[in-house]
Design a protein around this ligand. Structure first.
Ligand SMILES: [Zn+2]
Length: 466
């Protein structure tokens, strides 16, 4: 029996962990896309590093593209086994994978325009919308906390890990003769007392743990603090300065969190009467999926919907899907809040909103989370005075406000709290994935101090007997 790491090994994208069971059944935990690794990204997303023909199952922890994004590709290359996930993850994948395919096609079209002029060979997308649609036929949703048998002597169970809607830790239990072995893959672990999600649940005692480590050396700000900053920023921008507040935001999770906070503020009579727009077709679709699965959200939301049945809709809020309506927002100078994708402001409609508002000091751009340093949101985070948008330089005159408490990932003390359901002595091997090397080294030391042993930081394509 062995485990091989084919992604998210000393990096934070491309999650793919291949387990070979004693009867040679091969199970892939997640099938994520690599993102933002420069020239390597292209190759990494085309060469899996293992035989797809010998793969039997995929078990998917959640719908984020860095965990699910290569499913259409693996199916395109011949995978025909079952893909297990929760019902909500399946619903989200239907929109996320189609959107990802659309982006792949658009990106390649853009690059090929230049290649045609240069007389160079044309690129093909990693997959297209037809491939994404085909891959959805192989999904097989399973409820949380209900063991499901795969192969002869193995079963797995999903437990809620509080990261995003539908997300789960995966625990595999195998009987090998008289030996029982239990492996848990935590995947991305959520936060405690989050705005929308339930707290992460405990999972069965395991012999082997594969654990995320994104914030293995960082602590987040308090989330109450984030609500106050949001309200202060709205008043400062839309009432005092009479300007526009632009919030670049991820379509899934972050957008609904902000909308829910605004909804609560309005219910409590704290929010001034100004128009609010969620300008992103993907955000509108993701919100629909959240509405379908409200029972998966936390007690705060359950309590809230007793007085207002829709946590993601209220008077003054409008979801914009049509491009022309989005463009009309750029022409208006009236105070308003625009929440738009993408979160890093590298693509999508938010880039246009920033371009039209950045040179006016009346406006504010609120950055609500981590952004790659080279992305537009990353440059605004590092307070550059001038930024390039669509190849043109723009002076940064608008206020830039940064809030760091909206993360969907646990910090290191929250991961420790999550691991308290385990007896550290009973764990034979502990693998750290989904983190950068220096952070993982810090987190390894922290875990050792807490009594965990045999902690490994795997490299790409490394294989360990278990
Ligand atoms: Zn995630």
């Amino acid at each position: 029996m062995e485990i091989a790491f084919h992604g998210a090994a000393q990096t934070v994208t491309g999650s793919k962990h291949l387990i070979t069971l004693p009867d040679n059944t091969r199970v892939l935990l997640d099938c994520g896309m690599f993102q933002g690794l420069g020239a390597d990204t292209h190759l990494l997303n085309r060469h899996f590093g293992f035989s797809i023909q010998e793969l039997d199952y995929i078990i998917l922890s959640h719908a984020h593209i860095d965990h699910s994004g290569l499913i259409p590709r693996i199916v395109k290359e011949g995978f025909r086994g079952k893909i297990y996930c929760t019902e909500a993850t399946y619903d989200l994948c239907k929109i996320m994978l189609m959107d990802s395919a659309f982006i792949q096609e658009a990106d390649v079209r853009f690059v090929n325009k230049r290649k045609i002029k240069q007389g160079k060979d044309l690129l093909k997308p990693i997959y297209n919308q037809k491939d994404a649609e085909l891959s959805l036929n192989f999904f097989f949703p399973i409820p949380y906390n209900k063991p499901h048998k795969i192969g002869k002597n193995t079963e797995f169970i999903f437990t809620n890990n509080g990261h995003i809607l539908g997300s789960a830790a995966i625990t595999l239990s195998m009987q090998d003769g008289s030996n029982k072995k239990v492996i848990t893959y935590t995947s991305d672990i959520g936060r405690y007392d989050s705005t929308l999600m339930k707290n992460p649940e405990s999972f069965p005692q395991s012999d082997v743990i594969i654990c995320e480590s994104t914030y293995g050396n960082r602590l987040h700000d308090d989330q109450q603090h984030a609500e106050q900053i949001l309200l202060d920023t709205v008043i400062h921008t839309c009432i005092n300065k009479k300007g526009k507040l632009i919030i670049p935001s991820f379509s899934l999770g972050r957008t609904q969190e902000i909308v829910f906070i605004l909804n609560k503020l309005q219910l409590h009579g704290l929010l001034p009467k100004i128009p609010i727009y969620v300008d992103s077709p993907l955000s509108a679709d993701a919100t629909e999926v959240m509405r379908k699965h409200l029972q998966l959200l936390n007690e705060d939301v359950q309590e809230f919907i007793e007085s207002r049945p829709d946590p993601f809709g209220f008077s003054g809020l409008r979801y914009i899907t049509e491009k022309t309506d989005s463009q009309a927002l750029n022409q208006s100078n009236k105070p308003c809040i625009i929440i738009s994708a993408s979160g890093m402001a590298e693509a999508g409609r938010v880039k246009h909103h920033i371009m039209h508002s950045i040179t006016n000091e009346k406006n504010t751009i609120l950055i609500v989370g981590y952004a790659e340093p080279n992305s537009l949101a990353g440059k605004l985070r590092s307070r550059e005075k001038e930024v390039n948008i669509f190849g043109e330089p723009f002076q940064v005159k608008a206020d830039i406000i940064i809030v760091d408490s909206y993360s969907a990932h646990a910090d290191y003390l929250e991961i420790e709290r999550y691991l308290k359901c385990q007896c550290a002595n009973k764990i034979n091997a502990f693998f750290l994935v989904h983190g950068n090397k220096e952070v993982q080294e810090d987190f390894k030391k922290f875990l050792q101090e807490k009594g965990f042993k045999n902690i490994h930081i795997p490299t790409q394509h490394s294989v360990y007997p278990i």
